[in-house]
Design a binder for this molecule. Structure first.
Ligand code: PMP
Length: 412
């Protein structure tokens, strides 16, 4: 597939690639604005997964028979696609995982347990998803280390002066979101990385919400680890990856033990496999990896720059629309944001709002978005969140606003 280098996209043509967008919900057209939870899948991804099971299904890296060789080639070709997509130096730096959650746990358990000692510190931020909090809490509890939290401002920006003061000789790793799922903030990760590296501290970026929206170049960022989730970037669920710099991954002990991550096993000891297989124990999600490779092709065909430009327009339009409504308050107003609008409507609990919107065919997320510390910061239990993808339209945002007005009438 060719890469779209135009600055514009044909949204109507793109929508036809996503069969679920044709669904009616309670006899109304589906308006899917829950893309930060998971994005919809284009037909080419759906086809690739079912074609794999129909034509190639077999285990990888084991068989001498044709099916197994075909499955292995397709699985490894998908890894190469992801390597190119993230601009990693080598496929040794791309470890397949179940997604961002598993990728972060891998780093916390492998690098963390070998590097972090009593009295050390791990730095995360106030706007992290629970999956970039809890693995570090578990590690810190086990090691007697301290989890330190970079604060954020009312707008939803990280307070960088505080960050720099928190970095010390005790800091063993910095782990922050590239893009916040709860607020949409695009964090100044280049600066964060540069300051950490000045002290020799490695940085993990949680990229779950970034890769669906923007071109990510791990070499240009110079991050040490980067995590992705296939299902957020138009690929299947249950597949994702960890990017890690080869030297770091090489020095890290294995995490899960089992088949495929070994060269030889005897009761006297085990010789571990080379990268990236050292971290890939057991039969992997082969169909998922292949589907994710096709999602990468699809994203390149759509063109991430063009998609980002369209999403920026949607964000501006949606923000102006909601800001113009009585009783609507938006959380997270950072200057650099992905197309995520977290909001509340005065007098209506977000869960009630979500249910009323659903009856209008509008799917949003209502809850704490697995980022309870963000909710605590704003003093709310939950927010409503509309999160967009490049297949969304301004008329869908009009439908969101109309549905909110209907909810307001019901609660008036
Ligand atoms: N981090 C962020 C910022 C997220 O938005 C999510 C998913 N909501 C995750 C981590 C967890 O990703 P996954 O569920 O795919 O492991």
């Amino acid at each position: 597939m060719s890469t779209n280098t135009d600055r514009t996209i044909d949204v109507e043509a793109i929508r036809r690639d996503f069969p679920v967008l044709e669904r009616k919900i309670y006899d109304r057209p589906l308006v899917y604005l829950d893309n930060a939870a998971t994005s919809q899948k284009p037909q080419c991804v759906i086809d690739a997964v079912s074609r794999y099971y129909a034509e190639t299904n077999s285990n990888v890296h084991r068989g001498v028979h044709r099916l197994s060789m075909d499955a292995t080639s397709a699985y490894e070709a998908a890894r190469e696609k992801l390597q190119r997509f993230l601009n990693a130096r080598s496929t040794k730096e791309i470890v397949w995982t179940r997604g961002t959650t598993e990728s972060i746990n891998l780093v916390a358990q492998s690098l963390g347990r070998s590097k972090v000692q009593a009295g050390d510190e791990v730095l995360i931020s106030q706007m992290e998803h629970h999956s970039n909090i809890v693995p570090w809490q578990l590690l810190c509890e086990e090691r007697g280390a301290t989890l330190k939290v970079i604060p954020m401002s009312e707008q939803g920006d990280l307070v960088l002066d505080a960050y720099e003061e928190m970095l010390s000789d005790r800091t063993k790793i910095v782990a922050v979101a590239h893009v916040s799922n709860a607020l949409g903030t695009l964090n100044p990760v280049e600066h964060i990385i540069e300051r950490a590296h000045a002290r020799g501290v490695p940085v993990l970026l949680d990229g779950a919400q970034a890769t669906p929206h923007m071109k990510v170049d791990v070499q240009a960022l110079n991050c040490d680890f980067y995590t992705v989730s296939g299902h957020k970037m138009f690929g299947p669920t249950g597949i994702g990856a960890l990017y890690g710099k080869e030297a770091l991954l090489d020095a890290m002990p294995p995490w899960h033990g089992g088949g495929d991550m070994i060269k030889s096993v005897s009761f006297d000891g085990t010789v571990f496999n080379d990268l990236p297989y050292k971290f890939e124990a057991g039969t992997p999600n082969i169909a998922g990896a292949i589907g994710m490779g096709v999602a990468v092709d699809y994203l390149e065909q759509v063109g991430l720059d063009a998609a980002a430009a369209w999403e920026a327009e949607l964000l501006e339009y949606g923000t102006a629309l909601l800001n113009g409504m009585d009783g609507v308050r938006i959380f997270g107003t950072a200057a650099h944001k992905a197309a995520v609008i977290s909001f509340e409507v005065r007098g209506i609990h977000p869960h009630d709002l979500g249910t009323i919107l659903d009856r209008e065919g509008v799917a949003i997320r209502a809850g704490h978005h697995c980022a309870q510390p963000v909710m605590e910061f704003y003093g709310v239990a939950a927010t409503a969140r509309a999160s967009m993808a490049f297949y969304n339209t301004k008329s869908e945002l009009d439908a969101l606003a109309a549905a909110i007005e209907k909810a307001q009438d019901l609660f008036a």
